[in-house]
Design a protein around this ligand. Structure first.
Ligand SMILES: [Zn+2]
Ligand SMILES: [Zn+2]
Length: 295
């Protein structure tokens, strides 16, 4: 085994002792112990990787990205499939994040050592981890074709079911998981969900933009209902002077295309607007996945 990462001296701790060596062996280079199972069966999020070729050195690459972020440091541990990181909150209360690697699925778990650690700090820590995963996997995706990755959670209602979470979008969650009532039991999971929704690197691929035919469909439906000016008002974008002499539906099309470029999650946002206008049937045409019904 020769896989070692060179990391900043101040960032490497082993059993609370600052390491003197700059070179530090990564967990996957160790062969002795498998990690113990986590305390709560369902209280975690996961990073799922799909691809024709499984990328190598995921553990090293993600660890490297995490340690580039402020407030994160590596905590030494003895299991080969686990990386542990500490996240220092402004108040000094540490948060510990554990990543258990297992093939295409990596478990993301965190523990707080102090009950007064605010949830928003936990969410910030989770966000840092997710961003690091996105950064390292996006770079790998440039080299490996068909590499896809997702952040997901196990379903709280249905055994063996799970949901993916995206930036600004939790539409894949079932009703039970959306409600998130069992707050204490699923504290960790809930923090990951909140963090994923805040992480703009975690975009739902199909959500990047609406197709021209999506927009044409919307314009057609809205025109039929005589609601063009209402939608124009909701979009609240100025269109080019020259376009103002065009037909109303062409003006709306231009407004929609201009509006789309300003949205982080255009498909999701347009569906929301259409629902506000009671155009539920049109909104449904834009939905990509049939939502999972509540169990
Ligand atoms: Zn605070
Ligand atoms: Zn669910």
């Amino acid at each position: 085994f020769g896989m070692a990462a060179f990391i900043n001296k101040e960032k490497a701790y082993l059993n609370k002792r600052l390491l003197t060596e700059v070179g530090y062996y990564l967990p996957s280079a160790r062969i002795n112990k498998r990690s113990p199972p986590p305390d709560h069966n369902n209280d975690y999020a996961f990073l799922k990787i799909e691809g024709a070729n499984f990328p190598a050195n995921i553990q090293a690459s993600i660890s490297h990205e995490i340690l580039k972020k402020p407030n994160f440091h590596l905590i030494g541990n003895e299991s080969f499939d686990t990386s542990q990181f500490g996240y220092q909150t402004p108040s000094g209360r540490p948060i510990q994040i554990t990543m258990v690697y297992g093939g295409s699925q990596t478990k993301l778990i965190f523990q707080i050592k102090d009950a007064f650690t605010g949830m928003h700090h936990c969410v910030q820590a989770c966000k840092g981890i997710i961003e690091a995963c996105c950064d390292s996997l996006n770079r790998m995706a440039n080299q490996i074709r068909y590499l896809k990755y997702f952040i997901g959670i196990p379903c709280s209602a249905v055994n063996d079911a799970s949901h993916y979470v995206y930036f600004n979008d939790d539409s894949d969650l079932c009703q039970a998981c959306k409600r998130r009532t069992s707050h204490d039991t699923f504290f960790c999971r809930n923090c990951w969900i909140s963090a994923a929704k805040m992480c703009n690197k975690l975009r739902k691929e199909e959500d990047h933009h609406l197709t021209f035919s999506d927009l044409s469909q919307v314009v057609q439906d809205v025109a039929e209902k005589n609601m063009i000016s209402m939608l124009r008002k909701k979009l609240n974008v100025d269109i080019h002077k020259a376009t103002k002499s065009y037909q109303e539906d062409r003006q709306l099309m231009e407004a929609l295309m201009k509006w789309e470029t300003k949205q982080s999650s255009p498909r999701h946002s347009l569906i929301k607007i259409l629902h506000e206008m009671q155009l539920n049937h049109t909104a449904d045409k834009l939905k990509l996945h049939v939502p999972i019904t509540s169990p």
